[in-house]
Design a binder for this molecule. Structure first.
Ligand SMILES: Cc1cc2nc3c(=O)[nH]c(=O)nc-3n(C[C@H](O)[C@H](O)[C@H](O)COP(=O)(O)OP(=O)(O)OC[C@H]3O[C@@H](n4cnc5c(N)ncnc54)[C@H](O)[C@@H]3O)c2cc1C
Length: 382
């Protein structure tokens, strides 16, 4: 069913559109395909599962709270709550475990050669990742990373964005005896925040004996033996192990050379309208970090978008397009955890560091809250 919208709608598109609503009225459920089972896609799939035939396509069998992964490495038992099998919350929908590889006007094709028809499509492939297929393998991976940390006396972290800073904070707080060096290519840490947040974070890390080297990179091919690394400024770092903490690429490369490639902006994000529909399309939505909505890319907004898009798809299914909700871009506090008690937070009026913002995020990293949103017990492990 082709529902591309180009201002003037030919009669057959109009008829198709009405037919879709009629089918829903007649009791036949619409097919909603959600591509990407991260923060946004999984919540949308869960929310829609009683209103439509929902199919979730994700490369892994589980949903993982992305920002909890560093805590899962220093404390692998934490992963039992932060890694959630898709089937635990998606009790009515269908799960297809494979990356999506291509999209056409009526179908999504997966890398394992399945062809999935849709009436409504939601793209939620925020960031590409290379995590293992099963939850058991993922939990084992956290155990292995933990062993690596436990047995090292010196650790090199490459990347001073939120990932590198949160990992450095976790290790400094839980293993104060270990020598941690953080190397960042840019002039300041946490460049997505203001310079006040960067300097306060640098002070905090330095006070915990983390060596921070700015404006330098590490070439992993330029190593001497197992434990001697060299930076671009010719400094030598001795470390028993290293962690690459650079950001993950936007998960839109699979859309190149498909019907949606013209909908990608220059940074690879999908351009959406106020209802979170991909511009020019009537039945194709995008939610989460993959969208070009002008706001900080945060899970809390990804969830808000998922709920708005779910409402809008429900209205379309009922044939009530005019009742669709408008998504309003937001700005709230951005918080970067610094171990279990502290955090650095930036909001429009102030930048704070220490236990006050730490109380909001660092103890549980919003894991209980996210589990509750997914209809699961906040405390129990899955
Ligand atoms: C260190 C750090 C700390 C953060 N802290 C916070 C915080 O405290 N609060 C907050 O609100 N936000 C935080 N964020 C931001 C938050 O993680 C993101 O905004 C959020 O994860 C975006 O969700 P998403 O569903 O759009 O994308 P993702 O969570 O990236 O999920 C994308 C999903 O799509 C899947 N996928 C990718 N490609 C394909 C494909 N081809 N086919 C099928 N599936 C595919 C992936 O496997 C994944 O499951 C933090 C980010 C970082 C890096």
């Amino acid at each position: 069913m082709h529902l591309r919208y180009s201002g003037f709608r030919p009669l057959w598109i109009e008829l198709n559109w009405k037919l879709m609503a009629v089918e829903a009225v007649a009791g036949k459920k619409s097919k909603v395909v959600v591509v990407g089972g991260g923060i946004a896609g999984s919540l949308l799939a869960k929310t829609m599962q009683y209103d439509a035939d929902v199919i979730l396509i994700d490369p892994k069998e589980y949903f993982e709270i992305p920002w909890a992964k560093w805590r899962c490495m220093v404390q692998p038992s934490f992963a039992e709550r932060a890694v959630i099998g898709h089937t635990e919350y998606l009790t009515q929908g269908r799960l297809i475990v494979s990356p999506a590889a291509k999209v056409t006007e009526n179908h999504v094709y997966t890398a394992d050669n399945r062809c999935i028809p849709y009436d409504y499509l939601v793209i939620a492939t925020g960031h590409a990742d290379s995590a293992p297929l099963s939850k058991a393998e993922r939990l084992q991976q956290f155990q292995n990373e933990n062993q690596k940390i436990q047995s090292a006396s010196s650790i090199l972290i490459i990347g001073g964005g939120p990932n590198g800073v949160e990992l450095a904070g976790e290790i400094a707080a839980d293993f104060p005896e270990k020598k941690v060096t953080l190397v960042h290519g840019g002039p300041r840490l946490l460049e997505f925040l203001g310079s006040k947040a960067s300097s306060k974070t640098l002070e905090w890390l330095t006070s915990k004996n983390v060596d921070v080297l700015l404006n330098q990179t590490v070439d992993l091919f330029d190593k001497y033996g197992d434990d001697v690394y060299r930076t671009s400024a010719r400094e030598t770092i001795i470390a028993d192990c290293h962690f690459m903490c650079v950001g993950r690429p936007i998960g839109s490369s699979w859309l190149n050379a498909t019907i949606l490639d013209k909908s990608l902006d220059e940074s690879g994000r999908l351009m959406v309208d106020e209802h979170l529909r991909i511009k020019g399309w009537k039945n194709v939505f995008a939610v989460g970090d993959i969208t070009d909505v002008p706001e900080l890319k945060q899970g809390v907004f990804a969830q808000k978008q998922a709920l708005v898009a779910a409402k809008n798809i429900k209205q379309l299914i009922k044939g009530k397009e005019k009742r669709m909700e408008t998504y309003k871009a937001g700005y709230i506090m951005a918080i970067v955890a610094l171990g279990r008690k502290d955090a650095v937070a930036e909001c429009p009026l102030a930048t704070l560091i220490g236990p006050i913002p730490g109380k909001i995020k660092s103890k549980d990293l919003f894991v209980g809250k996210t589990r509750r949103n997914m209809g699961l017990d906040r405390k129990a492990s899955s």
